[in-house]
Ligand binder design. Structure first.
Ligand SMILES: Nc1ncnc2c1ncn2[C@@H]1O[C@H](COP(=O)(O)OP(=O)(O)O)[C@@H](O)[C@H]1O
Ligand SMILES: [Mg+2]
Length: 304
């Protein structure tokens, strides 16, 4: 869906990106992570031509973006800015309807779509008439997400969308994003400096360091012992083994042999970190799970 071919970006004195070759397949939720200044926002902004490469090529849906008209390209891609970027003098409804209006939809169709989107991001329909200044931080982020989704783009770019909200709101917004991704199959690129957020949401994680791709792969692989040390430390923190177990389902270590009578029971959707925690709490090294049992040694083997 998105391909970067040996891309470099140079701003005056700064090499923001060098030798970036990367593929984001259709339908993935790709998290770009890395320290501040590592090039995450620049990499994302190449996709909708808010930044132009100094070298290399970017393809979107197989087409070189250099040959596409920027305004038209941007209307085809949802973009959630770092600081919501809502138009302050336009109502919430007008903000959400921005791209459909540019696409020439009629008023009734826009109104219906705005209503649908307010419901999707779980905002009260009465908020449509308000100005952005009268919203809480979390509400404003939801409006930003609704605006990006308005014309149903197949690609959604989000630059630290949950940065400015409290932890509870962030948790709700993450859950919503996961649901939207699962329900729509859109290709989503998410910039975040929060490793936990990246591991929890992404199906593909790209670690940037000084403008280069340091690692690229599924979350569990990037916290495995053989992952690039920088990526493992960034994503795994002080407990990379436990982080990895939290990304793996109990099904990965299940033994079809039934557990002994009286073994504690784990739900089928538990992770291997949940299994380890349950063993620690109960002092038991075998747990029951639908379809068999989970043994301590099998859990430990998957942590590596
Ligand atoms: N428009 C710009 N002009 C000059 N330098 C820029 C510009 N945008 C970004 N940079 C520089 O490029 C590097 C990467 O920036 P950025 O992509 O914003 O990093 P991140 O999003 O990972 O924090 C930084 O050194 C930043 O200062
Ligand atoms: Mg940034």
């Amino acid at each position: 869906m998105i391909q970067f071919e040996d891309v470099a970006v140079r701003f005056a004195e700064v090499d923001a990106l060098s030798q970036v070759t990367l593929t984001v397949p259709d339908g993935v939720l790709c998290a770009l992570v890395g320290p501040s200044g590592s090039g995450k926002s620049t990499l994302m902004r190449l996709v909708n031509r808010l930044v132009e490469p100094s070298a290399g090529r970017i393809r979107v849906r197989g087409q070189d973006v250099a040959g596409l008209e920027p305004a038209r390209l941007r209307r085809s891609i949802g973009y959630v800015m770092q600081s919501t970027g809502l138009f302050p003098h336009r109502s919430v409804a007008a903000n959400i309807g921005t791209v459909p209006r540019l696409l020439g939809w009629d008023r009734a169709r826009i109104a219906a779509r705005v209503e649908e989107l307010l419901a999707l991001v779980q905002l009260d329909p009465s908020l449509g008439e308000r100005l952005p200044g009268a919203l809480s931080g979390g509400q404003a982020q939801r409006v930003g997400l609704a605006r990006a989704l308005a014309a149903d783009p197949d690609i959604l770019l989000m630059d630290e969308p949950f940065g400015a909200v409290d932890p509870l709101t962030r948790r709700d917004l993450r859950a919503e994003l996961r649901r939207i991704h699962a329900e729509t199959g859109k290709t989503i690129v998410l910039v975040t400096h929060d490793p936990e957020e990246a591991l929890e949401l992404a199906t593909q994680v790209v670690v940037l360091r000084d403008g280069r791709v340091e690692a690229d792969g599924p979350p569990a692989a990037l916290v495995a012992p053989d992952a690039a040390p920088f990526a493992r430390e960034l994503l795994g923190g002080a407990q990379p083994g436990l982080r990895r177990l939290s990304l793996l389902s109990v099904a990965e270590a299940r033994d079809p042999t039934p557990a002994p009578p009286g073994a504690p029971v784990l739900p089928a959707d538990a992770t291997l970190a949940d299994a380890l925690s349950r063993m620690a709490e109960t002092g038991r090294n075998v747990l029951a799970v639908e379809g068999g049992s989970i043994r301590l040694d099998a859990v430990l083997a998957r942590g590596r």
